[in-house]
Design a protein around this ligand. Structure first.
Ligand code: C5J
Length: 236
C-alpha cells in the first residue's frame, strides 16, 4: 500500500486505475480576459499560477495511462439548462449568454468555453460538461466513475471555493475518497482558498484530504514501481 503525505493524515492510494485526476473548469472563461470571471469583476491573471503544477500532474497521469477527467462549466446556446436564478446572479458587466470578446459567455462550444491550450484534453480523455457548480449535478460523472470502478479522486482546478469545493462535497457524500491539491487549485480570493483548504481537512478530514503536487509525484513514483513489480510477478 502506498500513501501520500497529506493533511489531516496520510492518503492511501488504491490499486492502480481506481483513482482519477479531476481537472475542474480550467477554461478560458475563468482564466482569460473577456470571459465570465472578468465580467464578474475579478483579476483573472492570478489563476494562472497553478498551470505549471497542473501540467506536471497531467503529464504524469498521461505517461502512466491513469484516468483523467476534465470538467467544463457551460450552458446550451438556448440557455434551457440555466436556471433563471443563476442567470440573474453576479450583476457583472456581461451575464451568461451575452456576447464577449471570446464568444458568448459560458456557452458550450464558444471559444471562451474551451480549456486553456496548455491543458487541452486529448481525444481519448473524458470531458464532463456541467451546467452547475458541482460536477455531479445533471451530468453522468457518477455513472462513468462507477463503470470504471474509480474510488479515489485527485481534485484540482478552479475556483477553489466554488466549483472545486462543491464537486468535492458532492463526491464525498457519494463515498469517494477525495484529495485536493493545494498548489493546483486557485481562487480569485486567496483567503477563500485558504479557508476551503482548512474546511476540507478540519474535523479529521470531514470532506477529504489536502496535499501538494510534489507529495503526489513522489508517492506516484513508488506506486508505479510497486504496481509494475506486481504485474511482472503475476505474469511470471
Ligand atoms: C464559478 C467555477 N466560479 N468554476 N465557477 O462560477 O468555480
Amino acid at each position: 500500500m502506498v500513501s501520500i503525505s497529506a493533511q489531516p493524515y496520510d492518503y492511501e492510494l488504491p490499486s492502480r486505475d481506481r483513482m482519477a485526476l479531476v481537472i475542474i473548469d480550467m477554461q478560458r472563461d475563468f482564466l482569460e480576459s473577456g470571459g465570465f470571471g472578468e465580467a464578474l469583476g475579478n483579476d483573472v491573471s492570478q489563476l494562472r499560477a497553478i498551470v505549471p503544477a497542473l501540467k506536471q500532474l497531467l503529464d504524469t497521469f498521461r505517461a502512466r495511462n491513469l484516468p483523467i477527467i476534465y470538467t467544463i462549466e457551460g450552458h446550451r446556446s438556448d440557455l434551457s439548462d440555466c436556471p433563471p436564478a443563476k442567470l440573474r446572479r453576479g450583476k457583472g458587466n456581461l451575464k451568461i449568454g451575452d456576447k464577449g470578446t471570446m464568444g458568448r459567455i459560458l456557452i458550450l462550444g464558444e471559444p471562451g468555453n474551451e480549456i486553456i491550450p496548455e491543458l487541452h484534453p486529448r481525444d481519448n480523455e473524458t470531458v464532463i460538461f456541467k451546467p452547475g457548480k458541482g460536477a455531479f449535478y445533471n451530468t453522468d460523472l457518477e455513472t462513468l466513475l462507477q463503470k470504471q470502478s474509480i474510488t479515489h479522486l485527485i481534485i484540482t482546478g478552479v475556483t477553489t471555493e466554488v466549483c472545486v469545493q462543491t464537486t468535492m462535497r458532492e463526491a464525498n457524500d457519494r463515498g469517494y475518497e477525495c484529495l485536493l491539491v493545494e498548489d493546483a487549485t486557485a481562487s480569485y480570493f486567496p483567503k477563500f482558498k485558504q479557508a476551503t483548504l482548512e474546511m476540507v481537512r478540519a474535523q479529521g478530514g470531514i470532506v477529504g484530504w489536502t496535499t501538494s503536487t510534489n507529495n503526489i509525484l513522489e508517492a506516484l513514483k513508488e506506486y508505479i514501481m510497486q504496481s509494475d513489480r506486481q504485474k511482472i510477478q503475476s505474469n511470471s
